[in-house]
Design a protein around this ligand. Structure first.
Ligand SMILES: [Zn+2]
Ligand SMILES: [Zn+2]
Length: 136
């Protein structure tokens, strides 16, 4: 089982499914939401994801119509995103995991939106737009 938490520790979650391929997303929304060069996300099955404490602190921000970005309203940690059109899936912000995982990131997405100060150096595939990537 995978477990994770936000920065303040009040939101705790468990995930009993498999992680999908890990993507580093350079879209401008992920960059702002993380305050960093990219978001590191894995698609997961919503039915196997459970908030075990702090549910009342999870706030969802609709960053574009039908897309919700969930974070802890106390400490601001991004937790997952979801699409109204794909209720069976979440995109987990894997930096919030507290249990170790063996998988490594698979690719970069929205590489065309990357910050000009970011240097790609890991040799992983880069997809310019989400539509090009194997994520969909
Ligand atoms: Zn928190
Ligand atoms: Zn993104």
């Amino acid at each position: 089982m995978h477990k994770g938490t936000c920065l303040c520790g009040q939101v705790q979650y468990e995930y009993t499914g498999e992680l999908g391929p890990i993507a580093m997303c350079h879209c401008s929304q992920c960059r702002r939401a993380q305050g960093s060069a990219y978001g590191t996300n894995s698609p997961i099955e919503a039915s196997h994801f459970r908030i075990v404490s702090g549910r009342e602190l999870v706030k969802e921000f609709e960053s574009r119509p039908g897309k919700k970005r969930a974070f802890c309203r106390e400490c601001g940690s991004p937790l997952y995103s979801r699409l109204d059109s794909k209720p069976e899936a979440l995109r987990l912000r894997i930096g919030t995991l507290t249990t170790p995982i063996a998988a490594k990131p698979s690719y970069h997405i929205f590489a065309g939106s990357a910050a000009e100060w970011y240097e790609f150096s890991d040799g992983l595939p880069r997809y310019t737009e989400l539509e090009d990537s194997p994520l969909l």
